[in-house]
Unconditional design. Structure first.
Length: 168
């Protein structure tokens, strides 16, 4: 079994990565699709190496995490060769779901470049239906929630996208 039972980093931090030339678009900065990919690859790292519920678990137990909702906010431009990491925090969880907050952080200046809020659902890969996490996963999530209890999240976390003052 991969992963470990904690205690966990506050927040979890991915290995460093850098923006590749192929990720740069015609505006001279990282294309939106690659922000998504970079955050998703970091999420795979956290699920596999930290919690033990990533690809290895999915293949062995026919059970894996599906992202059922994801919101992305882009705060600063990422340029070619810029180094970054992704920080991951557990907002909340229940028997079948986990709510995560992920921040892409520049290693040059420690600025938050983008963040993503995601809801993951545990799915039986044979039945293609949600099911409860095994007890060992619940125990790891409980420990992670405890370790992340002091993290302050943005005020608008878990809010829907909306325009405050629409033009009528």
């Amino acid at each position: 079994m991969k992963g470990f039972d904690g205690p966990y980093e506050t927040p979890l931090i991915s290995p460093a990565k850098k923006v590749l030339k192929s990720w740069i678009d015609y505006n001279g900065h990282m294309n939106v699709a690659y922000y998504t990919m970079a955050i998703d690859k970091s999420l795979d790292f956290f699920l596999e190496e930290i919690l033990g519920i990533g690809e290895t678990h999915a293949k062995k137990n026919n059970q894996g995490p599906f992202v059922v909702q994801a919101n992305f906010t882009y705060l600063n431009e990422m340029k070619y060769n810029e180094k970054f990491c992704v920080k991951c925090s557990l907002v909340d969880f229940d028997q079948k779901k986990m709510h995560l907050f992920l921040e892409m952080v520049s290693l040059r200046n420690s600025k938050i470049m983008a963040f993503s809020e995601q809801l993951l659902l545990n799915v039986n890969l044979n039945k293609r239906k949600s099911e409860k996490y095994p007890e060992w996963v619940i125990n790891r999530l409980r420990q992670l929630k405890k370790d992340h209890s002091e993290i302050e999240f943005p005020e608008n976390i878990a809010s829907l996208i909306k325009i405050e003052n629409p033009i009528i």
